[in-house]
Design a binder for this molecule. Structure first.
Ligand code: ADP
Ligand code: MG
Length: 300
């Protein structure tokens, strides 16, 4: 493409809310044959809501909420924010004993699995089954069935372990973006296949994929694993785009031929990407490819 064509396309993109950083992405986007989508915050709205809280111990709901709130207090994860909002409301409804809400000490983030910390003299873990397994916390059959019930409904389950035992759990729902399904089918009509890659569990991932019409799913994938998937497709000779919003998507955004960040996503993802979808609308994935096609075809 000529520098003028690139300039026109970039300007056109900007006016449409598609920020294109440089000519390279414009040169490549029209050749894209596969698009890898992150799930949370990319295909889904990314504002999870707590729909269920369950106790698996003799602990009171009040005490449970206090401990879990303290453990998640310093987490930036959308699930943590959803839980804090819900638990604080729940906590207000319960007769308050004016206990002081604390923050965890030795707070640690475990990317893709959850958080850990000490609340008072208690060792607390908040996260998925893999986090529990890595700390040798047993997940009993009653907890397993709570998890699978929720996962089949496309919800994500979070377990809270206190001193090595699962004390309770909560489930969050994160609806798919309204445009997701028709964008996936439109891409298919363009000869582009869509793939989902997520850190979330297989059952939830499969349920969401079905909702939006994606057939190829890779779940329980860490940030490096996401990038590895991209490289596998590239080794088959495919030009690959990645669409993501999280810190955990940045290696994949860099690895992709065309990295597209959701505008509402994290700064790290936006920096790693070649294209920023300012409106966070998935239809603009098509807009970006279209701008590239027109640039190469010298429409301008
Ligand atoms: P995605 O790839 O879908 O954006 P992440 O890699 O951010 O997902 O997280 C994967 C999973 O790790 C979540 O679905 C959740 O089960 C767990 N997790 C991560 N951080 C937290 C947290 N702060 N609190 C609870 N669970 C968490
Ligand atoms: Mg995400």
């Amino acid at each position: 493409a000529t520098p003028t064509a690139v300039m026109v396309a970039t300007g056109k993109g900007a006016s449409l809310g598609v920020l294109i950083k440089g000519g390279n992405a414009l040169e490549k986007a029209h050749k894209v044959k596969a698009i890898v989508f992150d799930k949370t915050g990319t295909l889904t709205v990314g504002k999870p809501e707590v729909v269920s809280v369950m106790l698996f111990s003799s602990m009171s709901m009040e005490e449970f909420c206090d401990v879990a709130i303290a453990a998640e207090a310093n987490s930036e994860h959308p699930i943590a924010k959803a839980f804090l909002e819900h638990a604080r409301k729940l906590r207000q409804k319960i007769e308050s004993n004016n206990q002081h809400l604390t923050e965890a000490r030795d707070f640690e983030v475990h990317p893709g699995t959850g958080v850990s910390g000490k609340v008072g003299d208690k060792m607390v873990l908040v996260g998925n089954k893999r986090l529990m397994q890595s700390y040798n916390v047993t997940v009993g059959p009653d907890i397993e069935s709570y998890i699978s019930e929720n996962e089949q409904l496309a919800r994500t389950c979070v377990l809270v372990a206190i001193d090595g035992e699962v004390a309770g759990a909560f489930a969050v729902t994160d609806p798919v973006k309204p445009e997701a399904q028709h964008v996936i089918s439109y891409l298919r009509s363009m000869g582009i296949s869509s793939i989902m890659v997520t850190g979330d569990n297989w059952a939830t991932a499969a349920a969401i994929a079905k909702e939006v019409g994606i057939e190829h799913v890779f779940a329980e994938t860490d940030p490096v694993g996401k990038a590895d998937r991209i490289k596998e497709f590239q080794m088959k000779g495919l030009t690959v785009a990645m669409v993501g919003d999280g810190i955990n998507d940045s290696p994949a955004l860099v690895a992709a031929d065309v990295g597209m960040a959701i505008g509402a996503g994290t700064d790290v993802a936006i920096e790693a990407a070649d294209v920023v979808l300012i409106k966070s609308n998935l239809e603009d994935v098509v807009t970006a490819i279209d701008l590239s096609r027109k640039t190469i075809a010298r429409i301008w």
